[in-house]
Design a protein around this ligand. Sequence first.
Ligand SMILES: [Zn+2]
Length: 185
Amino acid sequence: MKIECPNCWQHFDVAPSDLKGEFSCPACDHVFTGREALKLAPRSRKPWIVTVVVLGLLLLVSVVMNFRQWHQLDLLHQTPPLARDSGQQVNLAVALIENYQQELEAQKERLAKLESDMARQNNTLVVQAGTLRQLNTESEALTQRLKPLEELHKEYSLSLMSDQLEAQRRRLLKLSQEAAGRSGN
Ligand SMILES: [Zn+2]
């Protein structure tokens, strides 16, 4: 049987015949009689209390979760006195249950439709992502092809600018020669 040290509450097994003697706790060396150990035996009832509390909580949760169904079944008690025949009550309960089953089926169908819609939308998104990737690749390829053209354009602009500068230089030279000619006269 199990006993408990009254000093450190350590549990250990002893033979029932040993309860008449004394024990030395192997955990804390406290010396106590079998009678002292037995006084604390009710502590072992605690797991039973925990079980009751857990079961009570489960029952409460179940009541809360089933409240809606119970509330609707309660309509049975609000039916007119004529319907209060037990056979009719059973029929009403069966009808209510069938109604729930139909509702459940309808919700399952709605869920299945939603799932297939989501799958379709997902496919569309995958396709769109693929198109975007392709467009991106094409755009990069175009940029690569445009690079030499940009270089050409830069060179062309430079040569155009140098032509313009050359023309300007000639104009200035001509102007200075004309000025020199005028001052010579
Ligand atoms: Zn002890």
